[in-house]
Design a protein around this ligand. Structure first.
Ligand code: CMC
Length: 430
């Protein structure tokens, strides 16, 4: 505690001294937990815009300065020098792995590199044109019906094993969603391939031939996964924590995260961006879409613009924007007209007073779809890719919560504005 803040109830004159806690970085937080006991009040903060729901040492972001740190390491350094699996280890265990620790981590993931053969039957329950996110929700939820032998929530080893299972199995389930939608046979995971290569192989190899991704494609996908790995207490992560706080099955908690991520205001934005760019179709149509985004009578928003926390720039967007251009120079699969529309839209919006006043900048999802498109991943799979990347963030946050001495079930309060107490009227008297 650094100091206190005094809250005065001007109606009764009662006062409460609230402790103020300072973190390593960021604005201090006022501890209002005694408010109800002492003053008989709750707080209200729709959308949790100023409410810290937990203490966390995993990720820090500063929305004004555009800073994103994982366990203290800047995202720019991780994106430039690390790999997704190394970032997974960092998020889970708090430190970058030594070579031995990294090899052991990989070996342990490889041990879990399969899903139960019965899981295939869950896919066949879906129509070929089911949205892959709908399938992901179903099959990840189905994982909660396995692994009963290692489901003691009080056992750190069981919790760790669950985390590894999730990281190892998410790429398999994601690739199977795609294979189901195109009617191809599922491809098994391979130990001899690295995480990203293995995923691309499960996505694109067919019985007639293996898939050999280019080094640049592997690097671009690895980068995309790193940039989406964790993002502090966002909507899907908070959902995972809330479900986990009830001591629900962890696979079901991750499923709850996938459900939330699918929303177009959250992870669903990457798919929505590509659809929007396609709808714009030509640079000459941009002003018309900008006008719609500004029109309060129209529900249309510029997808991939704006962020609850980043009010200057999204550091992930800066990194991925450059990666888009690098990819464009290196491969001919980047959709140049689409990228041109994206660049022109960004330029026009950034000069527009509406977007300037509201501090609306392109976020990571504005560019990630262009990278995924260049890798041949279909638009409907974009949010699945996000869920694959974010699963490590979700499970790291879940692990942290389970070890937190302050851990208790999440239970927000409300301001009731409904009817006053009244008596039941029998149906024939209404
Ligand atoms: N296009 C047009 N206007 C916008 C946009 C947009 N993309 N985003 C916000 N605004 C306006 C909004 O209408 C409001 O205007 P006013 O003050 O006149 O009423 C103002 O900006 C503040 O918006 P808000 O809805 O209060 O902001 P929020 O913090 O609640 O929402 C957001 C953040 C990301 C949900 C929102 O900016 C949005 O819907 N963006 C488009 C979807 C998107 O790109 N989502 C991905 C977010 S980043 C990755 C992730 O989290 O998954």
């Amino acid at each position: 505690m650094s100091h206190t803040v005094t809250i005065t109830d001007n109606k009764t004159g009662k006062q409460l001294e609230c402790p103020v806690h300072e973190g390593t970085y960021g604005d201090p937080v006022i501890d209002t937990s005694a408010l109800n006991k002492e003053l008989g009040m709750f707080t209200i903060d729709p959308g949790f815009g100023i409410t810290a729901s937990c203490r966390s040492s995993i990720t820090y972001l500063d929305g004004e300065k555009g800073i994103l740190l994982h366990r203290g390491y800047p995202i720019e350094q991780l994106a430039g020098q690390s790999t997704y699996l190394e970032v997974c280890y960092l998020l889970l265990y708090g430190e970058l792995p030594t070579e031995t620790e990294y090899d052991q981590f990989r070996a342990e993931l490889n041990e879990r590199n399969m899903v139960h053969e019965h899981l295939e039957r869950f896919y066949s329950g879906y129509r070929y044109d089911a949205h892959p996110m709908a399938m992901m929700i179903g099959v990840t939820g189905a994982l909660s019906s396995y692994y009963h032998e290692a489901m003691d929530l009080d056992d750190p080893l069981d919790r760790d094993l669950t985390a590894k299972r999730i990281i190892a199995k998410m790429p398999i389930m994601a690739a199977h969603c795609y294979k189901h939608s195109v009617g191809h046979p599922f491809v098994y995971s391979r130990d001899d391939l690295a995480y990203v290569e293995n995923f691309l192989n499960m996505m694109f190899s067919v019985p007639m031939r293996d898939y050999e991704p280019s080094a640049i494609a592997v690097k671009a996908l690895d980068l995309m996964l790193i940039l989406h790995a964790d993002h502090e207490q966002n909507a899907s992560t908070s959902t995972v924590r809330l479900a986990g706080s009830a001591e629900a099955n962890p696979f079901a908690c991750i499923t709850a995260g996938i459900v939330t991520l699918w929303g177009r205001a959250h992870g669903g934005a990457n798919e929505a961006v590509l659809n929007m760019l396609g709808e714009i179709g030509d640079i000459k149509n941009i002003p018309q879409f900008i006008a719609r985004a500004k029109d309060k009578e129209d529900s249309f928003r510029l997808m991939g613009f704006g962020h609850r926390v980043y009010k200057n720039f999204d550091p992930r967007a800066i990194i991925i924007r450059k990666a888009c251009h690098d990819l464009l120079e290196a491969v001919d699969t980047v959709d140049q007209p689409l990228l041109d529309i994206a660049m022109a839209l960004e330029e026009i919006a950034l000069k527009d007073d509406y977007f300037i006043e509201r501090k609306l900048y392109p976020n990571v999802d504005f560019y990630s779809g262009i990278i995924l498109k260049a890798l041949g991943i279909p638009t409907s799979m974009y949010t699945v890719m996000f869920s694959l990347a974010r699963s490590v963030g979700w499970i790291s946050q879940w692990l942290e919560m389970m070890e937190d001495p302050d851990f208790r079930i999440g239970r927000p309060r409300q301001l009731y504005i409904g009817a006053e107490k009244r008596d039941y009227v029998p149906i024939d008297k209404r």
